[in-house]
Structures are given as structure tokens and as C-alpha cells.
Design a protein around this ligand. Structure first.
Ligand code: GN1
Ligand code: MG
Length: 356
């Protein structure tokens, strides 16, 4: 397994920049540590941010070629009024990434005057989050599904995540099992409840698959949403994945690994604004998709919580952690939000009926 935490020197990174077809200068690099999978650097020249340089985690994304093709294909379509286009910078051969002994690297444009938020209490930001997610889907609505590779097959498939969880239960130490006894019980109970989601009637779309709030870029000046970032998981999926993942992070004013559960809440005003923003796009959702959305808000935090719990039981081999029990804390927090979303199903239905 590659080491996720390996530090790269400025010399190494400057040499790497030499591979890309850009104006070559002396750059400086600041690590961006919000992501849990890749190594990400902000590339600056004389303090002006210019690019995002990333080492793709090859243990997780083993089809880098397919992944970069998906991104490149989607970015061609993600260019319109009200949506800022990101560019992938090629290397000399025209390829969209470079491979070194250190792994696979790509370079993308940094959108100037932009910022991200981990959480928000601002209804305008919630509106804009909804608007940009709808816009993203509207722009990708007519993509040819066959052009996209399943780079992480069954990524949000609960059956796969259930099997992985059950395998982890068999292999985990007694101590670990005892420390997560309560969460394991919630997982078993909720798995039964969520089995009833019927995906057979849902339209398969090209989705982002990781639409948490901090994967949306906002204008620093106006707070208008600019575009979605972190495009590694662009592949086929259902709209309720992107909806549920966005809602779990937009309407909850506590972060994903909040340890004080009373701080975790489902804010109704933020939800209503998010839906208003989503509905400000020309319609694209089917009746069946609209019906799937409230349960999607229960489903997405649950599946993330289950993956965090599985990783905790497997001694943190997937997600980067900054302390031993972080995956368990994430699980507790995600399960708690999932439960709180379950209590808001009829509220969500009412708001959706009003706007769609
Ligand atoms: C991972 O690395 P990051 O933060 O973009 C994960 C997402 C989770 C997220 C939890 C490929 O994304 O599914 O929602 O952590 N991505 C992958 O914050 O597993
Ligand atoms: Mg991601």
C-alpha cells in the first residue's frame, strides 16, 4: 500500500511541474489537507494561487486513465453561464496526468477569488449549493453513459458496503468490536430499514458522487456558487446520491466528525433554501427520482457512517485519520445525522412538493 501521508519537497514538486505544458517558473506549494484520499497542493507563484496539483491515490483509484477520462469528458460539458469551467492541464504528450515513481499526478486550474465552506448557517449559501448541484446535473443530463467508466464499481451500493462491513466484523479484534458495540447495533438495524429503497425505477445519470458542501467552490466576494470540485468520483449513479450527500453537509451546522452529538442538527431553513436553489434550474428530475430524495438524506450519511465504521474495524486502512478513533467518531456523527434526517422525512416531502 502506498503511504498516504508522504511529504513531498518543494524541489520534487517543482520538478514535477516541469512535466506539464505550462509557463515554467519557480512555484511554491501549500498542502491542502481537507481531502481524505489524495495528496493535494495549492501551487502559487509570488503568492498568487494558480493551480491545484494532486497525487491521485492509486490504491483507491486504480483506473487512473478511466478516472481522468471521466473528468475530462465531464469538464467539456460543465461550461456554461452560471458555471465556472475548470481546466485540466496536459503534459507534453497531451495526456491528462503524469506518472512518476511517486505515483500519478494531475494539474488543474485554480479558480481565483474562490473559497469553500465545511459547514454553513447562511441560507444564501444553501440556496447556491442547491442551484449549482442542479446546474451540474442539468449540464450532464444528456451525456452518453457508456462514455464513462465505473472507476469505483458499486461505490454507493449498500449491498457492497454491507458485505464489507460484515467481513470487517469477522476479522476485527474483540477490543475493537466492544468499543463500537453500539454503532454496530445501529448499523444492523438501519441496514434492514434501508433495504427497501427501490432503485430499479430510477434514472441512471452521470453523478459527482461526493457532493459534500466543501466540494463546492463559492465566490469569495458574492458567495455565488461557481462549480463543483473534487471530480474523481464522476461516474454513473442516481440523483439521490448527490442530493443526499449535499443535504447532509448543507443543513447540518456541525462538521462530519463532530463528537458532541447535540451539536448535530437538521436545519429546516437551510433545507428549504437548498431546495429553492435546486428548483431554480429548469426541471430535469423524474417523479420517481423526486420520491427517492428524502430517504436519500438518510441513506447517504448512513452509508458514509458504515464505511467509516468498517474502516475503524479494519484499523484505518482506507481513510486518512489524524487520531486513532477518528473513523469511529465520524461514524457516530454520521449515524446521528442519519437518524435526525429520518425524523424529517415528512418535512422534506412537504418542501419538495411545494417546489417541484
Ligand atoms: C472521501 O477524500 P474526500 O474527502 O474527497 C470519500 C467520500 C467521503 C469523504 C468523507 C473516493 O472523500 O466518499 O464522503 O471522504 N471518497 C472516496 O468526507 O472514498
Ligand atoms: Mg472526494
Amino acid at each position: 500500500m502506498e503511504l498516504n501521508t508522504k511529504k513531498h519537497t518543494p524541489e520534487q514538486l517543482n520538478t514535477l511541474m516541469g512535466c506539464f505544458s505550462i509557463h515554467q517558473e519557480e512555484f511554491t506549494f501549500s498542502p491542502l489537507t481537507a481531502g481524505l484520499i489524495n495528496d493535494t497542493y495549492l501551487v502559487q507563484r509570488q503568492e498568487k494561487p494558480l493551480y491545484i496539483l494532486q497525487r491521485i491515490n492509486h490504491d483507491i483509484f486504480n483506473n487512473v486513465d478511466g478516472l481522468m477520462q471521466n473528468i475530462y469528458k465531464a469538464l467539456e460539458a460543465l461550461n456554461s453561464e452560471g458555471y465556472t469551467q475548470i481546466l485540466v492541464l496536459p503534459i507534453a504528450s497531451g495526456a491528462h496526468y503524469t506518472k512518476t515513481d511517486e505515483g500519478y499526478w494531475r494539474l488543474m486550474t485554480f479558480i481565483s477569488e474562490s473559497t469553500t465552506y465545511n459547514t454553513t448557517s447562511d441560507t444564501y449559501i444553501a440556496f447556491e449549493a442547491g442551484r449549482i448541484i442542479g446546474k451540474f446535473h442539468k449540464l450532464l443530463e444528456d451525456e452518453e453513459l457508456l462514455d464513462y467508466k465505473d472507476t469505483i464499481p458499486h461505490f454507493h451500493d449498500l449491498n457492497l458496503r454491507e458485505v464489507q462491513f460484515k467481513n470487517a466484523l469477522v476479522a476485527a479484534s474483540k477490543l475493537k468490536l466492544a468499543s463500537a458495540i453500539h454503532e454496530i447495533e445501529i448499523a444492523h438495524k438501519t441496514l434492514v430499514k434501508l433495504q427497501k429503497i427501490d432503485i430499479s425505477a430510477l434514472k441512471t445519470r452521470i453523478c459527482h458522487n461526493d457532493t459534500k458542501l466543501n466540494n463546492i467552490l463559492f465566490s469569495k466576494k458574492s458567495n455565488k456558487a461557481l462549480c463543483l470540485i473534487d471530480l474523481d468520483t464522476i461516474m454513473k449513479g442516481y440523483f439521490f446520491y448527490d442530493f443526499g450527500d449535499a443535504v447532509r453537509t448543507v443543513v447540518n451546522t456541525a462538521p462530519e466528525d463532530e463528537t458532541i452529538l447535540k451539536n448535530i442538527s437538521f436545519n429546516e431553513s437551510l433545507f428549504s433554501s437548498f431546495i429553492e436553489g435546486l428548483a431554480s434550474n429548469p426541471t430535469f428530475l423524474t417523479e420517481q427520482e423526486l420520491k427517492s430524495l428524502p430517504l436519500g438524506v438518510v441513506f447517504m450519511p448512513f452509508i458514509h457512517g458504515l464505511r467509516a465504521l468498517t474502516d475503524y474495524l479494519e484499523n484505518n486502512k482506507y481513510y486518512k485519520v489524524t487520531y486513532e478513533n477518528q473513523n469511529l467518531d465520524r461514524c457516530k456523527s454520521l449515524f446521528d445525522f442519519s437518524q435526525k434526517a429520518l425524523d424529517k422525512i415528512s418535512f422534506m416531502e412537504r418542501v419538495l412538493n411545494k417546489h417541484f
